[in-house]
Design a protein around this ligand. Structure first.
Ligand code: HMG
Length: 391
């Protein structure tokens, strides 16, 4: 089902951090067998922010090339989706709006619902473009995943931002109706306002994800969605890449389809390349899976791509996107590769120092050590304000 004029993703760009911690380094110190990380979780390394990086600097880095390509004039709305918020009141997107020089005639808001909120942002953006086909909505998903040192979740940390320009007659991907939705009140993963690391019931969170998957698939089919076999690939939320395989195996058996390894790798294989080396980027993760698919697949023109978005707590959504003719001319494959390759590997001592840092809360002036070589940096915390600069 396509329903009405084409609206969807016009451009997509991602950014990640200055540093990267290889799981081989983590394993040397945790004593875990490397196979558990590489095979059991499907993770090889994780992005770690420098002291002068945060969700704003990553978001600006992801969105800058999009604005450079299409201009700022038609952007009427910026929606920044995150669960790593830096302020209880001010939307982080306003700092990004300022760093990118976006017009004052654009509204800016922040959305939160664990790893799901970028999907809500995307769907809301599609609705806004239906109302005014001339406008672009800039959707930015940006997150830093942090668990306690020594916890089972530690090996599934990561960080990234994905910027998507949503508009009419999209250059990359049409977003189709219907959506399958599922909201369930579960405490599988959460982060109270006073904590900087998430609390998680690990195994229960995996079951909660699978239960929500059943819910979204049921709703999707009841609303006249496509049969499973029509999808060429599946972009799942990937807290760790093996979760996509667990989920797809579950969906195949839930629908009575045969679970063959070949079928699994052809549906998922190209969607996990970025996540495997970035780690969990929370709400950006499902769109990092899309970037990986688009950058690595042969021609997908006209192919139906499934999206499975899951945010603990929980809200989930299943929907379809269709790659449009000519989309390959607009990809940013080389820039994405460069964003991964430019990261500097760090050792466990440096990682632990970054993990344990906290911001002073007394309102003094605290310049931030200059560590990132990226275009945007958090220069200081001064008088309770974050001060950003552009190089
Ligand atoms: P754990 O206890 O460290 O690991 O927790 P495990 O013992 O379950 O092992 C993991 C896998 O590695 C197992 O495979 C082992 O067999 C295998 P499985 O049974 O799952 O197929 N393994 C090995 N394989 C090869 N060689 C070896 C070896 N050793 C073991 N030598 C857990 C794992 C995922 C629970 C933990 O990492 C965790 O708590 N992670 C954080 C929570 C999470 O990611 N949950 C996922 C669903 S919830 C979600 O996606 C939402 C989220 O993104 C948040 C949001 O929405 O905002 C988290």
């Amino acid at each position: 089902m396509t329903n009405g004029p084409a609206i969807g993703i016009h451009d997509l760009s991602f950014a990640t951090t200055e540093f990267v911690l290889p799981h081989a380094e983590l394993a040397r110190h945790t004593g875990a067998e490397l196979g558990k990380y590489h095979v059991g979780l499907g993770q090889r390394s994780m992005s770690i922010p420098a002291e002068d990086e945060d969700i704003v600097t990553m978001a600006a880095s992801a969105a800058a090339p999009v604005v450079a390509r299409w201009g700022a004039d038609r952007i009427r709305t910026v929606v920044l989706a995150t669960e790593t918020s830096i302020d209880q009141s001010k939307a982080a997107g306003i700092y990004v709006h300022s760093l990118l020089g976006l017009p004052s005639s654009a509204r800016v808001v922040e959305l939160k619902q664990a790893c799901y909120s970028a999907t809500a942002a995307l769907q809301f953006a599609v609705g806004m473009v239906h109302r005014d086909r001339e406008q672009f909505v800039l959707v930015i998903a940006t997150d830093v995943s942090r668990y306690e040192l020594g916890s089972p979740g530690e090996a599934t940390q990561g960080a990234a931002a994905v910027a998507m320009l949503v508009g009419a007659d999209p250059a990359l991907m049409r977003i189709d109706e219907p959506s399958g939705l599922c909201t369930l009140d579960v405490m599988d993963f959460w982060r109270p306002n006073y904590r900087s690391t998430a609390l998680v019931a690990g195994r229960e969170s995996v079951s909660a994800y699978l239960q929500a998957l059943e819910g979204v698939w049921k709703d999707y089919t009841e609303r006249g969605g496509r049969p499973l076999e029509e999808f060429r690939a599946f972009c799942y939320h990937q807290p760790f890449t093996k979760m996509a395989y667990k989920a797809h195996r579950h969906l195949l058996s839930f629908t009575g389809a045969e679970v063959e390894e070949e079928r699994l790798s052809s549906a998922l294989g190209l969607t996990t390349a970025y996540n495997e080396v970035v780690g969990n980027s929370y709400t950006a993760s499902v769109y990092l899976a899309l970037a990986s698919l688009l950058d690595h697949a042969d021609d997908l023109t006209g192919e139906a791509i499934a999206f499975v978005s899951y945010g603990s707590g929980s809200v989930a959504e299943f929907f379809c996107g269709t790659a449009v003719p000519g989309y390959r001319e607009h990809l940013r494959t080389a820039a994405h590769r460069a964003a991964l390759d430019r990261r500097q590997p760090i050792d466990l001592t440096a990682y632990r120092a970054l993990h344990s840092r906290t911001f002073p809360v007394d309102g003094g002036h605290y310049p931030t050590p200059s560590q990132t070589t990226g275009a945007y940096r958090l220069a200081s915390l001064s008088g309770h304000k974050r001060v950003y600069e552009r190089r």
